[in-house]
Design a protein around this ligand. Structure first.
Ligand code: MTE
Ligand code: QUE
Ligand code: MOS
Length: 766
């Protein structure tokens, strides 16, 4: 067996072929069981009020309907709030947003269930909803108390600054728009137990909540996730409700039940990225060096806490981005509105914080008449006297200065700056813009207990390997990466390894696959399990052949016992004959991290992921339309475990960020109904929005300074924020259009309407 394709090899995604042929199995593709039934949820039509009466008789009498449940039919606990209470699985009195689940129907087909839910007669007593973020701020309408982080004396620094300005930035939310909607199938088992197959980033939480709503213990519930058709944070907490509904029906009716959301139900009933309204007060020197910032970051959480406490925290952790701010105060507000509860979305609040400081930098550059890149470089963290973050973690290793230096050259920034200027001088209608922005993103869950993972590895007597761990596959390539890690440890081909569905009865008490930590933590746990088995084999062979332990070596598909060479299969067989356990669990907990939220001090992150992007845009000042002519990205993934997967994550993350910042816009009407509830009204980027020239490179010689798995770095979320460069480039083009008359307050997303608004506000150059 000759094989070298392990760590660092650009293996295709294990399911790539199956994704395009349609062979990959999603929840809905599973073979149907005899008596399979379908559930659908009836939702509220008002944003705020009380249910006065509810007549479900017409629903029950509809064609194909088998069962109807409302809140009082839930056998166990009703509240499925993931961290704090506030999310009733079904509500029977208080209604807090349009689309809130009130009852559920079981029918013989998905279509019949969907039809039946429209037949309910529900009377409400209306209350006035709070729909506007500014209104929630003014009324101090919060889902959680405010929280402040600070270092130094922001007020004093601001007072003595030569230049001082204030600003306000609106940052839009984002619909996840995963290809596969929320879906769960529940199957009743013996002794009142239940199995749930679900499209979830968080099988353990689904297990816990299904157990709670059914009044079971966790060992009676098994949750299985083979893969998701995309998740992006949207299936971290908000996949559980549909598992619970399916499970309740399955036990009541002793049949298999599938609950999957139609695209419209999914868009209306599940949370999105938080929109933010951020305020800043900034002081700087003549050279553009920031002296102090006073921030107020206000996230729109929707009606319940969900993960908003941690999400607004992460916005606060990233409103410095790559810049040292000597004196800083950050206040974070968790605003409540009568809209669906917002949730995790790639970056987890980080992007909404980071974009704010990038707006600040652009405003400093504009005020001082300097190139924004010069201001960015002037304010970067260094490793000596400018290395302390607002949360008192030291920046101790930092590839950004190197990344920016190299990208400036690779992307030919300064020559293109001149070319853009020259272009804008002779073109009155079409304007170009250019921007380089960095990303520094903290890696680890900021909530310490989540930074743990488990794995289970079996070696069978024929040398084939079965691998299981707590992480879930959502398209990001976690499974292929972890099989490369285990293959490396045993020095076998990844083809020897079968990747199995994530299952709560194989690895218990898992964290959600989130915070970009999937490979970091599950990879380490799998490595730990593999190493245990390997050490047992070494011990066994050393005794059997009477050689010292270090004379047994695994190399390239073979096991060498001094000069004797055995295949991995032969070794597995011998070890089994020798009664050696060839199965092991593995465990990992992230070292070094600690954070005290009370004092807002500590080391929440094991390390930082870094990257930078240069975007060049062309805008049409008559229509506000915008195109990306060229994007150059240099990103640090440490020692890449799989460069093909990593580059895919960078490209995908950038384009998803581009959608968030340029074309995706959520809109509600004045009664709180989501208007953008289908692809007809909600515009995600298309293949034609890919930059005309798109250069993506991985930083070379970039081994992680922390002992992560094979010195790699997390890649899932950070590249999304590289798209901020496109948003800054659009502002650069608007400034050119106005002949630099005033600084345009460009909000996000920079849709054509927003670009036109800015141009009209700042005035076109004569
Ligand atoms: N890539 C794909 N293809 N699909 C996804 O749903 N989710 C992102 C990112 N990349 C996602 C993705 C998010 S929000 C996270 S946190 C990480 O993947 C999670 O996976 P990882 O920790 O294994 O990188
Ligand atoms: C990044 C994340 C998450 C996070 C913190 C991060 C995340 C998540 C939680 C979380 C917080 C408190 C809980 C809990 C989960 O925190 O995804 O169950 O009690 O779920 O910095 O991605
Ligand atoms: Mo990702 S937002 O942490 O699921």
């Amino acid at each position: 067996m000759e094989d070298t394709s392990r760590i660092g090899s650009a293996l295709p995604h294990d399911s790539a072929r199956k994704h395009v042929t349609g062979e990959a199995t999603y929840v809905e593709d599973m073979p149907k069981l005899v008596g399979q039934r379908y559930a659908c949820v009836g939702r509220s039509s008002i944003a705020s009020g009380k249910i006065i009466s509810m007549d479900l008789q017409p629903v029950l009498e509809a064609q194909g309907v088998i069962d109807v449940i409302s809140a009082s039919d839930i056998p166990g606990g009703i509240d499925i709030g993931p961290v704090f209470p506030g999310d009733p699985l079904l509500t029977d009195s208080l209604v807090e947003y349009v689309g809130q689940p009130i009852f559920a129907v079981l029918a013989t087909s998905h279509e019949r269930a969907r039809k039946a839910v429209t037949l309910a007669n529900i009377e409400y007593q209306l209350q006035t909803p709070v729909l506007d973020l500014q209104q929630a701020i003014d009324q101090k309408f919060f889902v959680r108390p405010p929280h402040t982080m600070q270092r130094g004396e922001a007020d004093t620094a601001l007072a003595k600054s030569k230049h001082r300005f204030q600003g306000k930035l609106r940052v839009g939310g984002q619909e996840h728009f995963y290809l596969e909607g929320q879906a769960s199938t529940a199957i009743p088992e013996e002794d009142g137990c239940i199995t749930v197959h679900t499209s979830s980033q968080n099988p353990t939480e689904a297990q816990k909540l299904v157990a709670e709503v059914l009044g079971l213990s966790m060992n009676q519930v098994k949750v299985v996730t083979r893969r998701m058709g995309g998740a992006f944070g949207g299936k971290e907490t908000q996949g559980s409700a549909w598992s619970c509904i399916a499970a309740i029906f399955a036990l009541r009716n002793q049949c298999a039940v599938t609950c999957r959301l139609s695209r419209q139900d999914d868009m209306v009933m599940t949370g999105k990225r938080h929109s933010f309204l951020n305020r800043y007060d900034v002081g700087c020197t003549d050279q553009g060096e920031i002296l102090g910032i006073d921030y107020r970051l206000a996230g729109q959480c929707g009606y319940s806490p969900d993960l908003s406490d941690a999400i607004v925290d992460r916005a606060m952790f990233h409103c410095d981005n790559a810049y040292f701010i000597p004196d800083i105060r950050i206040e974070g507000l968790r605003c409540k509105t009568n809209t669906v509860s917002n949730t995790a979305f790639r970056g987890f609040g980080g992007p909404q914080g980071m974009i704010t400081v990038e707006a600040v930098i652009d405003q400093i550059a504009y005020t001082l008449g300097k190139d924004p890149l010069e201001i960015r470089k002037r304010n970067l963290y260094n490793l000596s006297d400018r290395n302390l973050t607002p949360y008192h973690q030291e920046v101790d290793h930092y590839s950004l200065p190197r990344i920016i230096d190299q990208l400036e050259v690779d992307a030919d920034y300064w020559n293109r700056r001149e070319a853009v200027k020259a272009f804008n001088e002779i073109n009155p209608v079409i304007k170009k813009g250019l921007a380089l922005t960095p990303v520094k993103f903290g890696i680890s869950f900021t909530v310490s207990h989540l930074n743990q993972a488990g794995a289970l590895v079996h070696v069978y007597s024929d040398g084939s390997i079965h691998l299981n761990h707590g992480g879930t596959e959502m398209g990001q390539g976690l499974m292929v990466k972890i099989s490369q890690i285990v293959a490396e440890e045993f020095q076998v081909s990844p083809e020897n390894i079968i990747i199995s569905a994530t299952q709560t009865d194989k690895v218990p008490n898992t964290s959600p696959t989130a915070a970009s930590s999937g490979t970091d933590i599950n990879g380490m746990a799998a490595l730990n399990a593999a190493r245990k088995i390997k050490n047992r084999i070494i011990q066994f062979l050393s005794e059997k052949y009477d050689v010292p332990l270090d004379h047994v070596k695994f190399k390239n598909g073979e096991v060498f016992v001094e000069e004797r060479s055995l295949t991995f299969a032969e070794v597995a067989h011998q070890a089994w004959m020798g009664r050696v356990s060839l199965s092991a669990t593995g465990f990992y907990k992230t070292p070094k991290i600690h954070y005290d939220r009370e004092t807002a001090k500590g080391r929440p992150f094991l390390y930082f992921a870094n990257g930078a992007a240069v975007s060049e845009v062309i805008i049409d000042t008559l229509t506000g339309e915008c195109r990306l002519s060229r994007v150059d990205i240099l990103h640090d993934v440490g020692n890449s475990i799989n460069p093909a997967i990593d580059i895919g994550q960078i490209e995908g993350g950038f384009i998803q960020g581009l959608g968030w910042l340029t074309c995706e816009e959520l809109q509600w009407d004045t009664s709180g109904r989501l208007l953008t509830d289908s692809p007809a009204t909600y515009k995600i980027p298309a293949i034609s929005d890919t930059p005309a020239e798109f250069n993506v490179s991985l930083l070379k010689n970039a081994a992680n300074s922390e002992p992560t798995v094979f010195r790699s770095k997390a890649v899932g979320e950070p590249p999304l924020m590289l798209a901020i460069s496109a948003w800054c480039a659009i502002r650069d083009a608007i400034i050119a259009a106005s002949g630099s008359k005033s600084f345009p307050i460009l909000h996000a997303p920079a849709t054509p309407e927003e670009v036109l608004r800015c141009i009209h506000e700042t005035g076109m150059q004569q």
